[in-house]
Design a protein around this ligand. Structure first.
Ligand SMILES: NC(=O)c1ccc[n+]([C@@H]2O[C@H](COP(=O)([O-])OP(=O)(O)OC[C@H]3O[C@@H](n4cnc5c(N)ncnc54)[C@H](OP(=O)(O)O)[C@@H]3O)[C@@H](O)[C@H]2O)c1
Length: 185
């Protein structure tokens, strides 16, 4: 986030930091990345390769068919209702094993929360999804951009749930920090 907490503008990230993108890739490869539908739009509906892409939307069927029109070869799963722990876990695992860049559209956080009991899920934004899920996260990797930026999406307050554990990188343009959950409400 920027010094004024901006993370997005016009449904795009308002800075270009290749080193930060490389860091993001490194941290998320082989894992599940969870994002809101608007963030998926912001990356031009291109799933992140070599990761299981989980996209939250209240209309997964309709949205999936729109996305399929653009890329008929994309492997897409749609989950509509909360399902049992076992079948949710198995569904996600099977999808993950399918390989790179698969997408699951879901309309409920339930399935992700069950899956997250046994797997790392990297919450990747945007503002709306961060606000819902930050209270449930154990670790926060935060890139702080060292400038004020105009925007229309902001990172929610998190400081009362987390404490800073370490600064992982410090460059003239940004820092990357690891924060851990304090356990207090
Ligand atoms: N700087 C960064 O690191 C970073 C990272 C990611 C994103 N961003 C920026 O953040 C902005 C987008 O953030 P945003 O807050 O506008 O949108 P968002 O969080 O990406 O997506 C919001 C959408 O997700 C779906 N959704 C959210 N919670 C849901 C739930 N509980 N159940 C079902 N569906 C749910 C809804 O989709 P439907 O409307 O389809 O129902 C909702 O409209 C963009 O500017 C993007 O560039 C920045």
């Amino acid at each position: 986030m920027a010094t004024n907490r901006v993370i997005g503008n016009g449904n795009a990230i308002p800075w270009r930091l290749p080193e930060d993108f490389r860091w993001f890739r490194q941290q998320t490869l082989g894992k599940a990345v969870l994002m809101g539908r608007k963030t998926f739009e912001s990356v031009d509906r291109r799933p992140f390769p070599e990761r299981l892409n989980i996209v939250l939307t209240r209309r997964p069927r309709r949205y999936a068919s729109e996305v399929r029109q653009k890329d008929p070869l994309l492997r897409i799963r749609i989950r509509l209702n909360p399902i049992s722990r076992t079948s949710s876990g198995r569904m996600m695992e099977r999808t993950l094993k399918l390989g790179s860049g698969d997408v699951v559209f879901i309309r409920s956080l339930h399935q992700v929360l069950r899956y997250a009991e046994h797997h790392d899920v990297m919450v990747c934004g945007g503002a709306n999804v961060y606000a819902q899920l930050l209270p449930l996260c154990s670790t926060l990797f935060l890139t702080r951009v060292k400038q004020e930026v105009a925007g229309d999406a902001w990172f929610p307050a998190f400081e009362h749930w987390f404490e800073r554990a370490e600064i992982l990188r410090d460059t003239p343009e940004f820092t990357i920090e690891r924060w851990r959950r304090t356990g207090s409400d």
